[in-house]
Design a protein around this ligand. Structure first.
Ligand code: NAD
Length: 394
């Protein structure tokens, strides 16, 4: 009897578990481990941070969505020993395996920047997202007594996917907070090191997104290399000048790494991402699969790993399940050949930009509809139809 251990019940892990339950023979033992009983749609964390949605809308109980063939274990992974096929936990006895799937997700990356971990609010879990919104609201409500403009100032560090989607939500929620606490205008500033933003989109779409945000009062400063985060201000370099923005709400969306378990286990990795074969396993340990944010795979004929997204992790979960079932049945493994369904970014709950693989472009409400639809498809792929009806946004 083969024992499969899936570490992490995010998009990749949950999808692997569901697909394995379909493919694997009845005597296969499938254990799914996660440090919480909830699956969180991490692509929606920015909505919690901006206060446009509540945590319950993006979370669901793992045992409600896994097939009966999959056994759920709540435990926190601390080490993966591929030589001895053994996983250790901080709160559970060691477990051995025949096949392991590492899908432990991401953590926020501060790149060692001075003051970032102490003075900026990171976005990596429901807890940290709620802390961001609580801080923003507390500072805005405090303005009436403090009269400190920094209480009405929010800085978003980094204009990657997460930063842009966070700004879009803030367009909506700062209006609500302004009215609720009867305060003057709330200032939202975004500092981005690169000189152009959203390079993954066609330039016209990227321009549309920037115009939408600036027309709604967001101040996007590109070419701003953040150097230091103080309590109450962000220092950045522009050319030869050092500048500062004062803000009591500083949100850090400057990039992510894979799980620290990768580093702690001594894997050869870059930003906690382990390089895999095109079958998504390790060259010298074919029974060990790495997917989603903990992995890097360079497609044939390309020179860079695929960018990490929820869509990618889910697609990798499908192939990993198929490959483990094939390996158990002595069949050849299949290569992961990623076909992106397109790229979508939201600009609040009702606006967005979208680009399909055939280069068709969409903006505004239709792109927002596509974003909601892709989120619902994402839920369907990891949790099935019933949960999509319950938690979907359409
Ligand atoms: P990111 O790496 O995509 O963006 C971080 C941004 O911060 C970059 O634009 C970078 O230039 C900027 N930056 C870095 N250092 C800086 C500094 N010192 N000063 C100023 N700016 C600086 O990270 P993210 O936005 O957190 O996204 C993480 C991952 O999740 C990415 O792979 C992303 O593609 C994915 N994601 C996808 C979606 C989606 O598909 N809709 C949504 C959210 C996140």
């Amino acid at each position: 009897m083969a024992h499969i251990l899936i570490l992490g019940a995010g998009y990749g892990g949950l999808r692997t578990a569901r697909e394995l339950a379909k493919h694997a023979s009845s005597d296969t033992k499938i254990d799914l481990v996660n440090d919480s009983e909830l699956h969180v749609e991490k692509t929606g964390l920015h909505t919690i941070a901006a206060g446009t949605r509540k945590a319950d809308a993006i979370s669901f109980k793992i045992t409600d969505v896994i097939p009966s063939k999959v056994n759920f274990i709540k435990a926190t992974v601390s080490n993966i020993d591929v030589d001895n096929k053994k996983v250790s936990f901080s709160d559970h006895d060691d477990m051995t395996y025949d096949y392991v799937v590492v899908a432990l997700g991401f953590r926020s990356e501060d790149f060692g920047l001075e003051g970032a971990s102490e003075n900026a609010l990171i976005l990596e879990s429901v807890k940290t997202a709620e802390k961001i919104y609580d801080t923003i609201e507390k500072n805005i409500s405090n303005y009436k007594t403090s009269n400190d403009p920094a209480d009405l100032s929010i800085v978003v560090c980094g204009a990657g996917f997460t930063g842009i989607e966070m700004l879009g939500e803030l367009v909506d929620s700062t209006q609500v907070l302004k009215a609720k606490y009867n305060v003057p205008d709330i200032t939202v500033t975004c500092l981005e090191k690169a000189t152009s933003i959203l390079p993954m989109f066609d330039s016209e779409l990227a321009k549309y997104a920037v115009n939408y945000l600036t027309n709604h009062g967001i101040n996007i400063i590109t070419g701003a290399d953040i150097k230091k985060i103080n309590k109450g201000s962000v220092e950045y370099q522009m050319g030869d000048d050092t500048k500062e923005v004062k803000a009591n709400s500083i949100v850090w969306t400057v990039g992510v790494s894979g799980s620290d378990v990768i580093k702690d286990s001594g894997f050869d990795a870059r930003r906690n991402r382990v390089m895999t074969t095109s079958y998504l396993n390790l060259e010298d340990h074919p029974e060990a699969f790495f997917i989603g944010d903990d992995s890097a795979m360079i497609p044939e004929g390309q020179d860079r790993p695929l960018p990490t997204t929820g869509q990618l992790a889910t697609a990798q979960g499908t192939i990993t399940a198929q490959n483990i079932a094939n390996a158990i049945n002595d069949k050849p493994l299949v290569k992961f050949d990623y076909k992106s369904k397109g790229t979508v970014a939201s600009l609040g709950q009702n606006h967005g930009i979208a680009e399909l693989p055939n280069k068709m472009k969409f903006r505004g409400h239709i792109a927002s509809f596509m974003k909601h639809m892709s989120a619902d498809v994402g839920i369907f792929e990891v949790a099935g139809l019933k949960t999509t009806f319950r938690k979907g946004t359409l």
